[in-house]
Design a protein around this ligand. Structure first.
Ligand code: AMP
Length: 143
């Protein structure tokens, strides 16, 4: 199982926003779309950051509710780690575990083509394990 197969299943839509959007608007979009992170793109479509619910919690704890009117550019992570469509499920799990984040934008030839969350990774990992267990049970039953 690789990233291309996961995207085929979940689709390629990614929620993005400009760096000028306020944190309260980010919070609204995360809640409305039931997602955990938004990819920040500049006006030329370049990927310039990622903001997750954790960044909002951190900003609130450091500056209080006033920070909700600040632009996302002030709290987003700028050094975004991305993955490729050819990366495997095992590689995604290793990246997320080592770097301690739960979202990986997918980039193909410089374009943002999807996003993988830890929820997608766990879902497909469990499906793989179940398929292996079923195959093993059938093998034992017929041997
Ligand atoms: P998350 O676990 O995805 O909610 O994110 C935890 C922290 O890692 C937040 O500060 C995010 O901005 C940051 N983060 C999330 N995904 C990435 C990524 N792909 N590359 C770099 N930082 C990220």
């Amino acid at each position: 199982m690789n990233v291309a197969a996961i995207l085929k299943h979940k689709g390629r839509a990614v929620t993005t926003a400009p760096p000028t959007i306020t944190l309260i608007e980010v919070a609204r979009r995360l809640a409305q779309r039931r997602i955990g992170a938004i990819v920040v793109m500049d006006e030329r479509g370049g990927l310039v950051g990622i903001v997750s619910e954790r960044d909002i919690i951190r900003a609130l704890s450091e500056c209080g509710p006033d920070c909700l009117e600040r632009p996302v550019a002030e709290v987003m992570t700028r050094n975004v780690v991305t993955c490729q469509e050819t990366d495997t499920l095992d590689e995604l799990m290793a990246m997320m575990t080592a770097r301690r984040f739960r979202h990986l934008p997918v980039v193909t030839e410089g374009d943002l083509v999807g996003i993988i969350s830890i929820g997608d990774v766990v879902k497909h990992h469990v499906a793989e394990i179940e398929m292996e267990a079923t195959a093993m049970r059938e093998y034992i039953a017929h041997s």
